[in-house]
Design a protein around this ligand. Sequence first.
Ligand code: SF4
Ligand code: SF4
Length: 420
Amino acid sequence: MTGENWPAIYERTLDCVHCGLCLQTCPTYRETGRENSSPRGRIYLLRAVAESRASLGDVVSEEAYLCLGCRACETACPSGVKFGSMIELARAEIDRSGLRSGWAFRLERWALRGLIANPRRLSFAISLLRAVQVLHLDRLVARLLPKAWRELCALAPRVPPAVERRPLPAFTPALGEKRGRVALFVGCVMPELFGAINAATVRVLSRNGFEVVVPESQGCCGALHAHTGDLDFARELARRNLTAFSATDFDAVIVNSAGCGAVLRELEEWLEGEGDSLAVRVRDVSEFLDAAGLRPPAGRVESTVCYDDPCHLVHGQRVDAAPRRLLEQIPGIELRAHDDPAGCCGAAGIYNLTHRAMSRAVLDRKMQSLSAADPDYVATGNPGCLMQLRGGAAAAGLRAEVVHPIELLDRAYAARSVEP
Ligand code: SF4
Ligand code: SF4
């Protein structure tokens, strides 16, 4: 098979020894029971295409995009198959071959390139959405739409007020004895929809003795673009961030969004010879604070908490113990286990928009697990998971508030006692 990515795809498929240990960890295999919808099946299909024994047709394309890119198979794999990057390279080839076309594809590409990656337009669009929500026009519009569109509209997150969407200060001093200096990666949707989490991250870092710098020229990490096959555009975005974080006087570049962190840590894979300078300095905020040693919060948060692993933190960055250890250090918190903490929630970037049925099925499994545990809070460190779990919790009637772990730490530092 010709195409610039096929040698790298083929090389990755050769690592698979067909043992099948990944099958039961794969959400699409668990839902369908089909070999083609499993990691091993997808590897088999891609290898057949790479060896020109099969064509890059609809079956391969559908299976490549039905994959959630959760990378649970990587954690399970004893052979070290790099499944995440293999599927992204394959999607880039599917894109180039013209197998994806039509209005839905064009809309997706426009939204990711022209909106998500453009802070001004994104901010304008989110402000419009806020106005629509405040005037309750969203409910009116939703009533006029067909059922499938109504479901999509219901996924739109509540936009916070302008006060929570203000840019962070370019510099925040350390509180108490200074322990270091870090740069914060703020992301694209985080400042617009989860500005309070970014602000809490700065406060918690500062309370732990770290100066926080927020480089102004940073931008979208390109994760959504890479996951959907737009690798060339993702590389452009990555180069912008290489420049934005080129200063060397930081101890680390802190990320509080698991999807962004995973991509930034693997920049060397995409930008050979260039990406390493940033990649080696990227740390998830939980991992960084855990390694530095958390200054114990004095305030209490009297509650039960289920921690839910974002796929791109547990499987993409292999960080699972650090967030749990931080939560355990908050006085009053009882960390409660649930059955499926490392299973995907079905958000997967824009997967919950493009593959509604599978996303819902995967989310249902997660909700059953969380409902049985019945915590006061569900804590997870990724914006897509936060939105998906909030939607799932509301639909399933869970009483739990879905938060980022850093918000619970921030509340503990700020208050003597917080009731759920
Ligand atoms: S990335 Fe997730 S959905 Fe895709 S094959 Fe691996 S386990 Fe299955
Ligand atoms: S666990 Fe790894 S080696 Fe085994 S079938 Fe899955 S991808 Fe292949």
